[in-house]
Design a binder for this molecule. Structure first.
Ligand code: 2PG
Length: 215
């Protein structure tokens, strides 16, 4: 059985400001750095062998802190990036025009191939996230990877493993530096392949963490 840990990055400046990031980036806040250290403390005795991170700055920084605690190196994986949110990136969630809010809703309400102008669909993101997860199956036997990614990206991955539509991620709260785990296993009882062990665990954090854009 392969166990894969999934971590959302620590709190960022734009998370705290309720500003949409997507594939744009803002740095971790001081609290975000602390959260990453708390993940490191939590996972450092779990035998993590690989820390694999989205190549955006906020995930790289979170991954460096966790990898330091685990004594391993960080590998960058662009397929773990957050959803490309096109023209809504860098926009404040509370300041969207009516048209922008309609684009956002089309994205998250299950409209087939719904996307923000110049952005990516949930299905496209789900496909690349599954590719990145499945790539872990090629690691040497006995590996225990930890992936550092993003709120919607991980939410879509977990939702679709469960057989739910991608936009079901809106019903899954993945706070900054929450830990989830999925296992790839062959069981006589559970479904073959990936199963979800835990989602959104924040018991290692000592202060309330934001969910995506504090929603
Ligand atoms: O991009 C963002 O602003 C949020 C959206 O959910 O994701 P994350 O903070 O996890 O990158």
């Amino acid at each position: 059985m392969l166990q894969v840990y999934l971590v959302r990055h620590g709190e960022t400046v734009w998370n705290a400001e309720r500003r949409i990031q997507g594939q744009s980036d803002s740095p971790l806040t001081e609290k975000g750095e602390q959260q990453a250290h708390q993940v490191g403390e939590r996972v450092k005795h779990l035998g993590i062998t690989h820390v694999i991170a989205s190549d955006l700055g906020r995930t790289q920084r979170t991954a460096e802190i966790i990898a330091d605690a685990c004594g391993c190196a960080v590998t960058l994986e662009p397929r773990l990036r957050e959803l490309n949110m096109g023209v809504l990136e860098k926009r404040p969630l509370d300041g969207l025009t009516e048209e922008e809010e309609r684009w956002r809703r089309t994205l998250v309400d299950g409209t087939e191939n719904g996307r923000i102008p110049q952005g990516e669909s949930m299905a496209e993101m789900a496909a690349r996230m599954h590719e990145a997860l499945n790539a872990c199956l090629a690691l040497p036997a006995g590996s225990r990877p930890l992936l550092v990614s993003h709120g919607m990206a991980l939410g879509v991955l977990i939702s679709t493993i469960l057989g739910l539509p991608a936009h079901a991620e809106r019903r899954l709260r993945l706070r900054n530096c929450s830990i989830s785990r999925v296992d790839h296993q062959h069981s006589a009882w559970l479904a073959e392949g990936w199963v979800v062990e835990t989602a959104g665990d924040i018991s290692h954090l000592d202060a309330p963490a934001l969910d995506e854009l504090q929603r």
